[in-house]
Ligand binder design. Structure first.
Ligand code: NDP
Ligand code: 2IT
Length: 444
C-alpha cells in the first residue's frame, strides 16, 4: 500500500466520526501523492505525514456562562494548535452551534496550508465553541466571551498562538475577548487579530478576506484570458467574507446578484446593494427578509437554492459543504465558468471533481480566502512595530500577496503536470514550505 493510503487509513481509524476532518485530509493527501511518491521511503521513515495530520495540541474546555434570566449554560470550547513549523499558530475562532472536534480539526488542518501559501511566518490553528450568538444580548455575548477567554488565555500569546474571527466571531466578539485577555494577563499585545482600530486593529482587515478572494479570482481569470468586468456572479453568505467580496467584485465591474443566510437567499437583479446588506446583517443582525423589504425588486427565497441562479462565476462564502454535486451540475448546465471558494471547504469532494473534470475553473478556499489571515499577519507586524499602516498600504500588500499566491499555485500545478488544477497546486505549494521547515527542525 502506498504511504499516502496508509496514512489516510490511519486518519480514519484514529479519528472516528470526524467526516469533515477526513474530507480535508483526503483532499490534501490525494494531491500530494505525486510529491510523496518522489521520496516515499524517506518520508515514511520520519513519519512526516503522520506528524502533518496529527495536531501538536488539542485543547477542549468547559465554558460556563449565565444568561439574562439568571440561567447558567455550558458550552464546549476548543483550540486546536495544529502545526507551528513555520510560525506561531494562527487561525480564527468559530462560534456556531454546529462546532465540534471534526469541524475545528478540518479548519485547523486547512489553515496550515493556507498560512503557508501567504508566504508569511504563521503556523496553523483553529478554535471556537458550539455557542450560538444568534438572538443573544450584547451582555450575554460578553459573558460568554469572557468565560471563553478565562480558559483560552493560558494557551495563547502574541508569539505562540494568535486567534482571530471566523463564523459568528466578528469585531464585537474580538473586542470582548481582547478586553478579558488584557484584564487577566495585564499584557497589551497583539494576541488577537481583527481588533478594533482604536486598540491595535489593522485597516483593511475587515475587508481583507472578501477583497482577497476577488483579487485572486481576477488574477486567475486574467491568466485564462477572461475579464471579470461584466460577469454575473452568484455569492452565498451574507457575513464578513460575502459582503466584501460583493463590494470588490462590483468595484471591478461585475454584477453580483445573490447572497444567502442560514434561512434563505436573495436574488437582486439590480445587483446586491452592499449598504443595505451591511445595515441588515452587520448593524441590525437581522434576516435577509429585511433586505427584501428594503429592495422591492429583489426576490427572497426561503431555504437553499442559490446555485440554481444563472451566473458566470459562483463564489460560495458561507460554510463547509454548501455546494454539492447537484449544484455543480446545475451551475455547469447554466453556463457557469468558474467556482471560486470564499468559505473554507464549501465544495464537496464529489462536486470539486465534477468541476475540474468538466472544464470549469476552480480556486480552493485555502488559496482564494487566504487574504484574511494574510492581513491578520500584517496586523501582527504592525502591532510588533507599534505602528499603523494606511488602508492603501495594507490593501496594496494584500493585493500583492494574492497575486503571488495565484502565481505559486499555478506554477506548482504546471510543475507537477496538472496545469489548471489549482487544488493540487495549492496543496502542493502549501505543503512544500511546511515540509522543509519540519524536516529542518527534526522529529518534533
Ligand atoms: P460570518 O459569521 O460573518 O458570516 C457567515 C455567513 O454564512 C452568514 O450569512 C451566515 O448566515 C451564513 N452561514 C453560516 N453558517 C451557515 C450554515 N451552516 N448554513 C447556511 N448559512 C450559514 O462568517 P464569515 O463571513 O467570517 O465566514 C464565512 C466563511 O468564510 C466560513 O467558511 C469561514 O471559515 C471562512 N473564512 C472567513 C475568514 C474571515 O476572515 N472572516 C477568512 C477565511 C475564511 P446568518 O447570517 O444567518 O448567520
Ligand atoms: O479561516 C480563516 O483563515 C480565518 N477565519 C481567518 C484567520 C485569521 O487568523 O485571520
Amino acid at each position: 500500500m502506498s504511504y499516502v493510503d496508509e496514512v489516510l487509513e490511519m486518519v480514519i481509524a484514529k479519528n472516528p466520526a470526524q467526516p469533515e476532518f477526513h474530507q480535508a485530509v483526503k483532499e490534501v493527501l490525494d494531491s500530494l501523492r505525486v510529491v510523496i511518491g518522489e521520496n516515499e521511503e524517506e518520508y515514511r521513515k520520519e513519519a512526516l505525514l503522520e506528524r502533518l495530520v496529527t495536531p501538536e495540541r488539542q485543547i477542549l474546555f468547559r465554558v460556563p456562562w449565565v444568561d439574562d434570566n439568571g440561567q447558567a449554560h455550558v458550552n464546549n470550547g476548543y483550540r486546536i494548535q495544529f502545526n507551528s513549523a513555520i510560525g506561531p499558530y494562527k487561525g480564527g475562532l468559530r462560534f456556531h452551534p454546529s462546532v465540534n472536534v471534526s469541524i475545528i480539526k478540518f479548519l485547523g488542518f486547512e489553515q496550515c496550508f493556507k498560512n503557508s501559501l501567504t508566504g508569511l511566518p504563521i503556523g496553523g490553528g483553529k478554535g471556537g465553541a458550539d455557542f450560538d450568538p444568534k438572538g443573544k444580548s450584547d451582555r450575554e455575548v460578553m459573558a460568554f466571551c469572557q468565560s471563553f477567554m478565562n480558559e483560552l488565555y493560558r494557551h495563547i500569546g502574541a508569539d505562540t498562538d494568535v486567534p482571530a474571527g471566523d463564523i459568528g466571531v466578528g469585531g464585537r466578539e474580538i473586542g470582548y475577548l481582547y478586553g478579558e485577555y488584557k484584564r487577566i494577563t495585564g499584557l497589551y499585545e497583539g494576541v488577537l487579530t481583527g481588533k478594533g482600530l482604536s486598540f491595535g486593529g489593522s485597516l483593511a482587515r475587515t475587508e481583507a478576506t472578501g477583497y482577497g478572494l476577488v483579487y485572486l479570482t481576477d488574477e486567475m481569470l486574467k491568466s485564462n484570458g477572461i475579464d471579470i468586468k461584466g460577469k454575473t456572479i452568484a455569492v452565498s453568505g451574507a457575513g464578513n467574507v460575502a459582503t466584501y467580496a460583493i463590494q470588490k467584485a462590483q468595484q471591478l465591474g461585475a454584477n453580483v446578484v445573490t447572497c444567502t443566510d442560514s434561512t434563505g437567499w436573495i436574488y437582486d437583479p439590480d445587483g446586491i446593494d452592499v449598504a443595505t446588506l451591511k445595515d441588515v446583517k452587520e448593524v441590525r443582525r437581522a434576516r435577509l427578509t429585511e433586505y427584501k423589504n428594503a429592495r422591492p425588486n429583489a426576490v427572497y427565497h426561503e431555504g437553499k437554492g442559490v446555485w440554481t441562479t444563472k451566473c458566470d462565476i459562483a463564489m460560495p462564502c458561507a460554510t463547509q459543504n454548501e455546494l454539492g454535486i447537484e449544484d455543480a451540475k446545475t451551475l455547469k448546465a447554466n453556463g457557469c465558468i468558474a467556482v471560486c471558494e470564499g468559505a473554507n471547504m464549501p465544495t464537496t469532494l464529489e462536486a470539486t471533481k465534477f468541476i475540474l473534470e468538466n472544464g470549469m475553473l476552480f480556486t480552493p478556499g485555502k488559496a482564494s480566502n487566504a487574504g484574511g489571515v494574510a492581513t491578520s499577519a500584517l496586523e501582527m507586524s504592525q502591532n510588533s512595530e507599534r505602528l499603523s499602516w494606511t488602508f492603501d498600504e495594507v490593501d496594496e500588500k494584500l493585493h500583492g500577496i494574492m497575486v503571488n499566491i495565484f502565481k505559486n499555485i499555478d506554477a506548482a500545478s504546471k510543475k507537477y503536470n496538472m496545469p489548471g488544477n489549482y487544488v493540487a497546486g495549492a496543496n502542493i505549494a502549501g505543503f512544500l514550505k511546511i515540509r522543509d521547515a519540519m524536516q529542518a527542525q527534526g522529529i518534533v
